[in-house]
Design a protein around this ligand. Sequence first.
Ligand code: G3H
Length: 531
Amino acid sequence: MFPTLEQIPEKFRVEPLDQDCYLVNGEIIKWTGARKDVFSPIQITENGQVKAYRLGSYPMLSADAALEALDAAATAYDLGRGEWPTMSVKNRIDHMLLFVKKMKEQRTIVVNWLMWEIGKTLADSEKEFDRTIDYIIDTIEALKTLDRDSSRLRKEGGIYAQIRRGPMGVVLCMGPYNYPLNETFTTLIPALIMGNCVVFKPAKFGVLLIHPLLEAFKECFPKGVINVVYGSGQETVGAIMKTGKVDVLAFIGTSSSGNNIKKMHPHQNRLRAVLGLDAKNPAIVLEDANLDNAVEECISGSLSYNGQRCTALKIIFVHENIADEFNKRYMAKLSKLKAGMPWEPGVMLTPLPETHKPQYLHELIADAEAKGAKVINEKGGEVNYSFVTPAVLFPVNSTMRVYHEEQFGPVVPILTFRNITEPISYVVESNFGQQVSIFGTDDRHIAELIDPLVNQVCRVNINSQCQRGPDSYPFNGRKDSAEGTLSVTDALRVFSIRTMVASKDNELNRKLLTEILEKRESNFLSTDYML
Ligand code: G3H
């Protein structure tokens, strides 16, 4: 399965990168301390032997270096008086447009790093990059609309007021390894464009792919507005959070990490948190479901990017009368999925970046087998170095770990239900509350399910897999699945706070306001707007 270096098409190869720099206060600083080696999930065959492939290394910053980055962000923000937080919206948008232009120039290399660092297919890596560019453009448009809507004075109860959204302060942004570019940027970009100053720490995998963007960050934003740090979370994030200088924590990852990071902040009321956390979205396949559609959506929902999506379908409830047929069709489709290297045309199943994941999945499978489930597909669960053949487990029950734990990998637990209260109870009792998918054709039945489910999760998908997009829709969750809502427009709100300038209506104040507006003396108190 794993190629020799020579077998890899030239355009998809990457030169190993030993990154010895990071970005603080508008300067790319050389790091001479410890570094961490990066190995690809893609193994390489050499002289007939499969070997781990070293992609390079990145800096392991000390706590002191991380604190310099935090200080740079705090100085640039200057308690709201810095150049960036007081800059006009138009000028901030101009900086962002310049960044988009420079980012686009790095598409090929970033896409290649995505494949090599996290094993994402070429098509999905390209989609991740392009979706991120679209997200930035949509964010700019949403900000223009917000700005237009705020560009007037209101008068209520004898008081004139102009209400705008102002920045929060210093933001710490951390994204997940499965979308190291896109999901990180869905917080980083709105945080920046609303006038906040940011410390950004890349995810645990997908670190080197940020390197080609460092120059663009440096050139496009005033110094200190964006700082990029690398290293162990304990050392860098711990030091940063304990200072109490972070105003917003934007984190996408596990709830245990998110909670630990949050707890380190000494002033809980100062800290606002935007968190995208754990999920175990179920599919519920009703007796009258269109099976071809249900199988198609469940395959893609459970196995695209090998199930490593927070929105993946992580457990499938099938009505007992159709379970045999569903399983037969699911496995027929699964057997046609192509496994291989990310750049191979039509490939869907690829190696996994987390070295412990094959062992963890093996434990989940063994536990389920010991409690009565079987791996029902051929070679299911077979491990080949970093590659794990998807395992379909059937019939799963509530005594098994895989019923409760978020597997985040290519294991597909399927179980039957007789009464619809069974999957509904699963959703109600679960600690997760992100999304659910229901498959069926009877309008009355579907409607009866929508109403109880919408108060358990934040998105009920009908005859469709769970997913985040389109990015203009809200992305959030109940219970342990999220804190705050992200969408193009919601994210602008999350990283800002409504702030107003108000004045009693009298002759002096009318004169003052008129002069400030006419002479364009304030960026905030202004009726100018962008088209
Ligand atoms: O990992 C969680 C992502 O937000 C999922 O996004 O549904 O577009 O794959 P997606």
